[in-house]
Design a protein around this ligand. Structure first.
Ligand code: PLP
Length: 300
């Protein structure tokens, strides 16, 4: 990780190395934290953050899910983020807003604990630095929607994702894929899943997944281009029979999928529609498509 100069923490911009919490912080022990991941892109018109409002709104939603009272509104956190990027003089970066129950109480009920809020940013390249991913079904299932608030971005959820990522380390697979508790495809450890069959897109519905902001953006772009996009349960056999497949996520952006459980998809990755949509998505993110300027907040 390449540090930047400043991290914003609980109301002040402080040097990167001084942004610390106590070892007895509630969030460290129980995963009682929430976070976001955003990207800022270098465009011809300066640095722009992709879908800032949607990410900050989801941050608020995640806080509500664990009854955490954020001392800052999503509008305040958005302007702090813009100021942070200016102060750090970064042209393109990943941005990590985070809030956790802090130091002061131990035991499961965090209601009396203070809330620590931080925003950091740093340059970060491709999440999966490969042109296409060979993926494997994880032996773990995606967290059950009745075990937690599955569509909130809660720190503790990510043990599920970490286990799936660890499972494919050192194997021929680049990434894992979760099934849900009913055996349908859910999503990747940190990205949403799409297939393309006969020029139509299909993606698992919300319920067990984290319905990503990239997912929503790609759905909108695909529909604008005239493609049909359907949210529906997908079996592994259906996905293996697809023409193309890809992951979407802030970190993963759009990552084409080459094979699922060793079965190559019909088009070698990246397939033609994946390539077309990926180009359109990157054009939007890099400010090359005026129609999608609504997705961007410029750091002036
Ligand atoms: C489990 C999970 N699913 C999907 C996504 C993709 O979401 P987004 O496109 O909002 O980054 C992420 C990344 O935040 C994730 O962690």
């Amino acid at each position: 990780m390449e540090p930047t100069q400043w991290i914003w923490m609980n109301g002040a911009f402080i040097p990167w190395n001084e942004a610390r919490v106590h070892v007895l912080s509630h969030g460290l022990h129980y995963g009682s934290s929430i976070f976001e991941g955003l990207r800022a892109y270098k465009t011809d018109r300066g640095t722009a953050i992709f879908r800032l409002k949607e990410h900050m709104d989801r941050f608020e939603y995640s806080a509500q899910a664990i009854q955490m009272k954020l001392p800052y509104s999503s509008e305040e956190l958005s302007s702090i983020t813009l100021e942070l990027l200016k102060r750090n003089k970064v042209e393109a970066c990943y941005i990590r807003p985070h809030a956790s129950f802090g130091y002061g109480v131990m035991g499961l009920n965090p209601s009396a604990a203070p809330v620590d809020v931080t925003i950091a940013c740093w340059p970060w390249g491709a999440y999966l630095p490969i042109s296409s991913a060979n993926i494997k079904i994880s032996k773990y299932i995606r967290i059950h929607p009745r075990s937690t608030v599955a569509d909130a971005k809660i720190g503790g959820h990510y043990v599920n994702s970490i286990l799936a990522v660890q499972e494919v380390q050192g194997t021929q697979y680049h990434e894992a894929l979760f099934l849900d508790y009913e055996g349908n495809i859910a999503e990747g450890p940190g990205a949403n899943f799409f297939i393309i069959k006969d020029r139509q897109l299909f993606t698992p519905p919300s319920g067990t997944i984290l319905p990503g902001i990239t997912r929503a953006s790609v759905i909108e772009i695909a529909r604008d281009k005239g493609f049909t996009v359907t949210e529906k349960q997908l079996s592994v056999a259906e996905a293996q029979d697809a023409d193309e497949a890809f992951f979407t996520g802030t970190a993963a952006e759009m990552t084409p999928i080459g094979s699922l459980e060793d079965k190559p998809l019909r088009h070698s990755a990246p397939g033609p529609i994946t390539s077309e949509l990926k180009q359109a998505y990157l054009d939007a993110a890099y400010g090359r498509s005026p129609h999608y300027d609504k997705f961007l907040t410029f750091v002036s």
